[in-house]
Design a binder for this molecule. Structure first.
Ligand code: SF4
Length: 69
């Protein structure tokens, strides 16, 4: 799994941090998303998918790695 964030789209809602705090953080200054793990651990994948679908700005994109299953 590979995760992308678009900081230009992010509105700083913090939903992703609440959902998958191991993978996403927010900048102190303005709350814009910071990606902590571009390739998150398998145990976090479900949380990352949930963060992608619950982000109000569609700022999170998840690429599933077909080869690794
Ligand atoms: S959920 Fe989306 S809009 Fe909210 S902080 Fe995370 S990336 Fe930004």
């Amino acid at each position: 799994m590979q995760v992308h964030v678009d900081q230009d789209r992010c509105c700083g809602s913090g939903m992703c941090v609440l959902t998958a705090g191991a993978v996403f953080d927010q900048r102190d200054a303005d709350g814009i998303v910071v990606l902590l793990a571009e390739h998150p651990a398998k145990q976090d994948w479900d949380d990352v998918r949930e963060a992608e679908s619950s982000c109000p700005s569609q700022a999170i994109t998840v690429e599933e790695d077909q080869a690794a299953g």
